[in-house]
Design a protein around this ligand. Structure first.
Ligand code: AHM
Ligand code: MG
Length: 334
């Protein structure tokens, strides 16, 4: 569903104006969420600039420390984390942040901030040093803790359906920001010389089916028979294409526009899946639902998963409706 004011906005409208106009369609909106989205866009411009000149400065490679997930942090992971935190703290709308890069909830000391943000500041770490697309993924909630107090664990444990907004930034052949506030999915493309995001794809609808499947084939032997049979059938279907960048945002964005499915089943190493629920799967699941696609963990809609941990992992099948319906039948009928 897209509001009339959104529909009336032409391609080429700046992100700031779009956000302002969209705000008018929410009764009683005071502009805090709008400001928060602008803060995220600002940080993404700064991170995008750092990424673009990464090879010229000493910011590629490992930082020399592991994050909470036991994964090696890259220097750009750390820089992106600092940039997003700074923008969100200075912006003042957020009382707490959950970042993939930090163990605990980050208190911003903005006790009057009405929102919390869960974020993967730079996703696709293995692609950072080789000029391949990477991204930022974010999820926004209205806090449930009282205004005037620090953010709480419960603020982040509300579940996917209570997201106030969700989105991602893809630093690819061009930089795009895609987000939803629950009224459709819109995409904005960054114009480098002007330093602005411009409205480029209105009310994105995912094709109901597709030819693309995206999965790390190296784990094939570890997959359950239902997943293997799905992949086997995809391979022999007419026009099928395997496409896997290894950057979730890039794989997701391509499939969103062209139709297809992204799969990260359980593996021996990642028995609960690899992707993170709060700042990878929930936001992409909301975008999919808004765009007519589906996101499941095999047995349920990802948005219905009840969270228990801030860095919880999740099995993820994200894609076009018909492909997910097919996969779901196979998984459920074993
Ligand atoms: P990260 O958050 O450490 O970057 O890991 C998430 C990434 C996703 O972007 C990508 O889809 C997936 O991990 C790739 O995993 P694998 O290399 O196991 O295929
Ligand atoms: Mg990630």
């Amino acid at each position: 569903m897209t509001t009339e004011s959104t529909l009336a906005l032409p391609v080429g409208t700046t992100l700031d104006r779009f956000i302002m106009r969209q705000q008018e369609s929410f009764a009683y909106a005071k502009g805090e969420l709008s400001q928060l989205l602008r803060d995220i866009a600002l940080a993404s411009k700064i991170v995008g600039r750092e990424i673009n000149r990464a090879g010229l400065t000493d910011i590629t490679g490992a930082f020399g420390r592991d994050n909470i997930q036991g994964e090696s942090q890259q220097k750009l992971d750390v820089i992106a984390n600092i940039r997003f935190k700074r923008a969100l703290i200075n912006g003042g709308e957020v009382c707490g942040i959950l970042s993939e890069e930090e163990d605990d909830i980050i208190q911003t000391n903005n006790y009057n901030g009405k929102y919390v943000v869960a974020i993967d500041p730079l996703d696709g770490s293995s692609n950072i040093d080789v000029n391949v697309s990477i991204g930022t993924i974010f999820s926004i909630y209205r806090r449930v803790s009282p205004i005037g107090t620090p953010a709480t664990f419960e603020d982040f444990m509300q579940g996917g359906r209570r997201q106030a907004a969700a989105g991602y930034i893809l630093y690819g052949s061009s930089t795009v920001m895609v987000y939803t506030t629950g009224k459709g999915v819109n995409c904005f493309t960054y114009e480098n010389s002007l330093g602005e995001f411009f409205f480029s794809n209105a009310n994105i609808q995912m094709p109901v089916t597709g030819k693309i499947y995206s999965i790390n084939d190296a784990y094939y032997d570890e997959f359950a028979p239902s997943i293997k049979s799905f992949i086997a059938d995809m391979r022999v279907s007419s026009g099928a294409m395997a496409r896997y960048i290894g950057s979730l945002v890039g794989d997701f964005h391509r499939n969103l526009l062209k139709g297809g499915i992204y799969l990260y089943p359980p593996t021996q190493k990642a028995k609960e899946g690899k992707l993170r629920l709060l700042y990878e799967c929930y936001p992409l699941a909301l975008i999919l639902e808004q765009a007519g696609g589906r996101a499941i963990d095999g047995t349920q809609n990802i948005l219905d998963i009840v969270p228990t941990k801030v860095h919880q992992r999740c099995v993820a099948y994200l894609g076009s409706k018909n492909l997910i319906d097919d996969l779901e039948q196979r998984v459920l009928n074993v």
